[in-house]
Design a protein around this ligand. Structure first.
Ligand code: JFZ
Length: 500
């Protein structure tokens, strides 16, 4: 009887887990109501407090780089655009339909013979990232096409077979580390052209043998990366959604353990593995699988509560989609520096990191628009760094004007929407132990007028503090107001309410 009950529970749990409506990683998450037995659950506590994890928590801004042989194409071939024919520029190998060039897959799989990025200079990229204000970088060591940018011993399809020959990953790790930027390696599990890889869960003995070879290969490559690049801080896994990988939950559990033992402090997000019921990112009981939630991709949480107190980062493209180099940015909406700063501050105000993607071209140059955006973000952060790094979510009513961040008794409001009356009104819960005492602009350290406002809203739980902006203060970029939090002076006088 007990066994039957367990079977029913487990079956229901796995149906729930594979239902596409539940496959959504983002958005509010409800905790499962029934506890299920989970053997292959989290390997680390939900809120690590070691120095590496604390560093992750204070990064604020990161840089993502998608670079590989897809960068040679730039989302087009012989002047014909892959838009509409391929899901994204780094997916161009799977270009199909009427616009796809003849024998395209074959052409693509031979592109490595042209990979010779003559302008590649890891130090230049690292310097740019530093000037932009990035505190970590996530670099694609191998994307879905399987081409390795390091000289792996476990596959010939790697950079040493290209005319460029040299180890790219090593140059990235060294150059970024030298700039004080932490390095995370992006690693795609799934490989499109590996004969031992399959999407479906292996069934026959032959399939099982093939896939177990693939698993061994994956393990070898990951251990090799830890051996070659001991300075890295973490892995950013991708391509882990296929049934084959999901069926290998025992292997992936042991592999995660092995990686962590080999490299203490290693940070791994929730996109690496699933439990034995097929539940990804969070196990069947809603516990996070990994050190931070890794499901925020090209979307940001609307509400802090959705995050359930988990660490997280969001990765973002400048174009709507497309992570690899795209030569042609015309006719699509590309996010502006203001858009991206807004997303950065929204993320850090909710205890997350914001990771901006760059897709350099086949010669090793960033897109000119990326250069411009990196420069503008850096200029803004230089002035407002205090509000960006090492800050936490502030437990205040969200402001319509921008985003709050907090560090000890410093409260920051980054204003994106300029108030028409020149007053930045801050709602503070009436029972708050600390309230704004002084206010100043970060841009010039000028003190601003601050007074308690008394407005009548029925059953209002807040009291209001008005920061008065200088008369002719009309900036054309977001600005930060820094406030010192103090113990409130005295309770407001008791006023009589009408009896009705
Ligand atoms: C993956 C890759 O396929 C893509 O090329 C890029 O590297 C990106 C960073 O990661 O894309 C995904 C993965 C998961 C989702 C969407 C895009 N998802 O589940 O929403």
């Amino acid at each position: 009887m007990k066994n039957i009950l367990k079977f029913v529970l487990v079956t229901v749990a796995s149906i729930v887990a594979i239902n596409p409506a539940n496959a959504q990683w983002t958005g509010p998450k409800s905790k499962p109501t029934k506890e299920v037995e989970v053997k292959y659950g989290p390997l680390t506590p939900p809120h690590r407090t070691d120095a590496d994890m604390e560093a992750f928590r204070s990064y604020g801004l990161g840089q993502f780089i998608h670079w590989g042989i897809y960068s040679i194409a730039g989302n087009e071939w012989n002047g014909i655009s892959a838009r509409g024919g391929a899901a994204a520029s780094e997916w161009i190998r799977s270009w199909s339909g009427p616009t796809a060039p003849k024998d395209w897959t074959k052409t693509y799989d031979n592109l490595y013979k042209q990979f010779n990025p003559k302008n590649f200079d890891a130090k230049r990229w690292a310097k740019q990232a530093k000037d932009m204000g990035a505190k970590y970088v996530i670099f694609t060591t191998k994307h879905h096409d399987g081409f390795a940018l390091w000289p792996t011993k476990y596959s010939d399809y790697n950079v040493s077979a290209s005319p460029y020959k040299k180890d790219i990953v090593k140059q990235i790790v060294d150059a970024y580390t030298a700039e004080g930027i932490d390095v995370y390696l992006y690693f795609s599990i799934l490989e499109w052209n590996n004969p031992n890889y399959m999407g479906k869960a292996p069934k026959t003995d032959e399939e099982k043998e093939k896939f177990s070879k693939f698993l061994t290969y994956t393990r070898n490559q990951l251990l090799e990366q830890l051996d070659n690049y001991p300075k890295i801080k973490g892995f950013w896994f991708d391509g882990t959604w296929d049934a084959s990988w999901k069926s290998a939950y025992e292997f992936t559990y042991n592999l995660e353990k092995e990686l962590r033992e080999k490299h203490p402090g290693l940070i791994i997000g929730s996109r690496f593995r699933n439990d034995e019921h097929g539940s990804r990112h969070f196990d069947s009981n809603g516990n996070i699988l990994g050190d931070y939630e890794q499901g925020w991709e090209r979307k940001l949480p609307a509400e802090f509560e959705w995050l359930n107190g988990n660490d997280w980062d969001a990765v973002m493209t400048i174009p709507p989609n497309g992570w690899g180099y795209m030569k042609d940015w015309s006719g699509i909406y590309t996010k502006t520096t203001d858009d991206l700063l807004d997303m950065l501050m929204r993320s850090v105000s909710m205890n997350g990191n914001f990771v901006l993607n760059f897709g350099p071209d086949g010669n090793g140059n960033m897109h000119p628009e990326e250069d411009k955006i990196a420069k503008e973000i850096g200029e803004w952060i230089k002035i407002n760094a205090e509000a960006v790094y090492g800050v936490r979510h502030a437990a205040l009513t969200p402001s319509k004007l921008g985003y709050f961040t907090q560090k000890d008794d410093n409260l920051y409001l980054t204003v994106f929407n300029q108030p028409i009356n020149g007053i930045v009104r801050i709602a503070v819960p009436k029972n708050a132990k600390l309230v704004p005492g002084t206010a100043a602009l970060l841009v010039n350290s000028k003190n601003l007028g601050l007074k308690q406002a008394d407005i009548g809203l029925d059953l209002d739980k807040n009291t209001y503090y008005d920061v008065v902006l200088p008369k002719d203060f009309r900036p054309n970029k977001a600005f930060v107001i820094k406030m010192k939090l103090v113990v409130p002076k005295a309770k407001a006088a008791k006023l009589m309410d009408a009896k009705m």
